[in-house]
Design a protein around this ligand. Structure first.
Ligand SMILES: *[C@@H]1O[C@H](CO)[C@@H](O)[C@H](O)[C@H]1NC(C)=O
Ligand SMILES: *[C@@H]1O[C@H](CO)[C@@H](O)[C@H](O)[C@H]1NC(C)=O
Length: 270
């Protein structure tokens, strides 16, 4: 499917007769960007670690709890399945925690970041040698006082000459710009607080790419660290990851995954 020049292709769906690993090859200069959707799907909480469940339970609203759990479960599933040689079940993925709460893999060798909004998430995966940050935003998100925020971000033509692009509503421009900043902050691991309004638009050490996740509805921004060249971006959808693939790993189904993954065909979202 070509959306805004961006082709989303399916991940390899079967391990072949030999039952070989489905681990994807991350060549140099490659970012895999996964588009994940869980609309109408309950991704199983038992894929999460104890500490992730405790963290989720401390989030204030049930909606945030649900989104956190779904996003975690989804990227756990993808990492365990496609980036650990031989494959693991999502719950088997062992994670450590670095500065700013950024998770890292104990039994694999990739660098990743994920972001979610409502029932969409984007997972960007690259070589362990590189830092990566990603952010996803819904373009229909309401922004209170977009003019004021645009000004604060230095987006108004008068402020620093960056100027707002002619096309699109101001809210959308603000969201797109905000998304860039979040992705950069996450790649740098600084947190948003460190980025003042003087943040330069062109950070030479970082490559920033904006990708339509759903055209005109959801966009993602990916920022990756220095000496990086994006040769290509491979994109996949979780939509088609069904239970059959889990059984092709020769593993027992987790008890309550059941139809949930079979139902993960993502028609509602598109
Ligand atoms: C704005 O962009 C859209 C596509 O993103 C295009 O179809 C439309 O013609 C553009 N409008 C203007 C005024 O440039
Ligand atoms: C993404 O990066 C931020 C900042 O480094 C970090 O706090 C967050 O935990 C990361 N998220 C994931 C899913 O890796």
């Amino acid at each position: 499917m070509v959306w805004g020049g961006c082709v989303w292709v399916l991940p390899p769906l079967s391990a072949g007769a030999s039952g070989a690993s489905l681990a994807l090859d991350l060549g140099p200069g490659v970012i895999h960007l996964w588009r994940l959707c869980w609309s109408g799907v309950q991704l199983p909480v038992n894929w999460l670690s104890e500490s992730e469940r405790v963290y989720a339970s401390q989030l204030r609203s049930w909606r945030r709890q649900r989104e956190f759990c779904a996003c975690r479960a989804a990227w756990r599933a993808v990492l365990a399945r496609f980036y650990v040689p031989g494959g693991l079940s999502p719950a088997e993925l062992a994670l450590g925690t670095a500065a700013h709460g950024k998770p890292y893999l104990l039994n694999g060798c990739v660098s990743w970041n994920a972001s979610h909004t409502k029932d969409w998430a984007v997972l960007a995966v690259t070589n362990a040698a590189y830092a990566i940050g990603c952010d996803v935003e819904r373009l229909d998100r309401r922004i209170r006082a977009p003019e004021a925020l645009a000004k604060r971000l230095g987006l108004m033509p008068s402020s620093d000459g960056v100027g707002a692009p002619a096309n699109g509503s101001l809210s959308r421009q603000v969201l797109a710009y905000w998304s860039e900043r979040e992705a950069v902050a996450k790649a740098l691991g600084t947190g948003l607080g460190r980025l003042s309004t003087t943040w330069p638009r062109s950070l030479e050490s970082l490559q920033i790419v904006t990708i339509p996740v759903v055209p005109d509805q959801v966009l993602a921004t990916v920022a990756s660290s220095d000496t990086w060249t994006v040769q290509r971006i491979e994109t996949f959808a979780l939509d088609h990851l069904t239970l059959n693939e889990w059984s092709s790993l020769g593993r027992a189904r987790p008890p309550d995954v059941g139809q949930q993954l079979d139902a993960a065909v993502c028609t509602e979202c598109e």
